[in-house]
Design a protein. Structure first.
Length: 352
C-alpha cells in the first residue's frame, strides 16, 4: 500500500491556529461507518448522536511544558530541548536543536543563574539525546517556570492561555502533545452526556511527538511506529466489557485511546486492566476489536493517524470525507474541528 494514497490537498488557511472561543462551538462532521454518509453540525450536538448506554473512553494525560530554551556555557546561540520521555529519575529522552552542536558530554544551561542544567549522557536512535537534568526544588515547578507548551510546528500563533492546549479532564502529567480530540469537551457537555445515560471513563496514554510525524516510507508497511506508555485501569476495562455485553457502543475519544484499547485486545485477547508500552501501527487491513466508534480531529496528510482512521472506515470513505471537509471549510489539525464515526440506526437530521 502506497503512502501517497493518504495524501490530500489542503488550503493552508484551514489550519486552525487557536481553538474556538467556546470549545464545544467547533464544527462536527458525523460519518456513518457502514455507508460513509455524512452529516454536519457542531460539537455541542454530540448528545443527539449518542445513546444511553454508550461509553466514551477519554485519555486523561496532561501535557507538560516540555519545550526548554537554553544555551551552551559561554555561547549566546539558543538551544531548544524538547522533553519526549522520562527514562528514570532526572534522565529524559529529548529532541535537541541544533543537534550537531550538542554532543555527548555537553552541558546545557537554562534560566537565569543556571536554575536548571542538563548534561548529555548519550546520543540514541534518530539523533535523540539522553539528558540528565540538575536543579533544586520540585521538578514540576521548575518546568512550569522555564518550559513552554510544545505546540506542533503548524501552529505559528502564540498560545494565549496554556490551558487551551489541555483537555478539561487532564490530570496525569507526561505528554509531549495533547490528545486533541478531547479538546472540544467542556465540563458542562460531559455532565450533559452523563445525565442522558452515557458512561464516561478514562485511561492514560502519554502522547509522543512521533504521533504527528508523516510516514516517510514509500510503502506504508515499511513504517516503524514510536512507542507510547499507557495505563488502562480496571474500572475502565470492566465498563467496556459491560457496555459490549449490553449491546451498546464503545466510542474512543481520539487516536490515543484507540491505540491503547486495540493494543490491549491484541496483547491480552480480552479487555482487562493493563499497562505498558505500545508501538501498534494501525492501517487499512487492521481488524478492529475494541471500539465501535471514534471521535477524532482532521489529521495531517500521509500521517499514521489518517491511516488509522482509514482502517476504521475504509480508505475511500475517509478520503471523501476529507475532501468534503476541505470544500466546506472545516478547520484542520490540533485546534481544528471534529469528526464522529460510528454506526447509526437511522439517519440523523442535519444540524447545520
Amino acid at each position: 500500500m502506497k503512502t501517497s494514497e493518504f495524501d490530500y490537498q489542503l488550503d493552508p488557511a484551514l489550519i486552525a491556529q487557536h481553538p474556538t472561543d467556546r470549545r464545544e462551538d467547533c464544527r462536527l462532521m458525523v460519518m456513518d461507518r457502514s455507508t460513509g454518509a455524512l452529516d454536519h453540525g457542531h460539537f455541542y450536538d454530540l448528545p443527539s448522536f449518542l445513546e444511553p448506554g454508550d461509553t466514551l473512553v477519554l485519555n486523561d494525560t496532561r501535557v507538560i511544558p516540555a519545550r526548554l530554551f537554553g544555551h551552551r556555557p559561554g555561547k549566546e546561540e539558543k538551544v531548544e530541548v524538547l522533553l519526549l520521555r522520562n527514562r528514570e529519575g532526572s534522565v529524559w529522552e529529548c529532541l535537541v536543536k541544533p543537534g550537531k552542536k550538542v554532543k555527548e558530554g555537553q552541558v546545557l544551561e537554562f534560566g537565569e543563574d543556571q536554575e536548571l542544567t542538563g548534561k548529555v549522557l548519550d546520543i540514541i536512535e534518530e539523533g535523540q539525546r539522553l539528558i540528565e537534568f540538575h536543579y533544586e526544588g520540585i521538578w514540576e515547578e521548575v518546568l512550569d517556570r522555564l518550559g513552554n507548551m510544545p505546540l506542533p510546528p503548524y501552529i505559528t500563533e502564540k498560545l494565549k492561555n496554556k490551558e487551551d492546549y489541555q483537555t478539561v479532564y487532564a490530570r496525569v502529567n507526561g505528554s509531549a502533545a495533547a490528545p486533541t480530540a478531547g479538546l472540544h469537551f467542556t465540563r458542562e457537555l460531559l455532565d450533559d452526556l452523563i445525565d442522558m445515560g452515557v458512561h464516561i471513563t478514562y485511561l492514560t496514554l502519554h502522547v509522543g511527538l512521533g504521533t504527528f510525524r508523516p510516514v516517510k516510507e514509500e510503502e506504508v508497511e515499511d513504517h516503524a511506529m514510536h512507542s507510547e506508555y499507557y495505563v488502562l485501569p480496571k474500572e475502565t476495562a470492566e465498563r467496556i466489557r459491560q457496555t459490549k455485553a449490553e449491546g451498546h457502543r464503545v466510542i474512543a475519544v481520539g487516536t490515543t485511546v484507540t491505540r491503547t484499547l486495540e493494543s490491549v485486545m491484541k496483547k491480552k485477547g480480552e479487555m482487562v486492566e493493563d499497562s505498558g508500552w505500545t508501538d501498534i501501527f494501525i492501517y487499512p487491513g487492521f481488524q478492529y476489536e475494541a471500539i465501535d466508534g471514534i471521535i477524532t480531529n482532521f489529521h495531517l496528510p500521509k500521517s499514521s493517524l489518517i491511516m488509522m482512521i482509514a482502517a476504521f472506515t475504509g480508505k475511500d470513505k475517509i478520503m471523501n470525507a476529507y475532501k468534503t471537509a476541505n470544500d466546506m471549510r472545516y478547520r484542520f489539525f490540533s485546534f481544528g474541528d471534529a469528526m464522529l464515526i460510528a454506526n447509526f440506526n437511522q439517519d440523523g437530521e442535519d444540524h447545520e
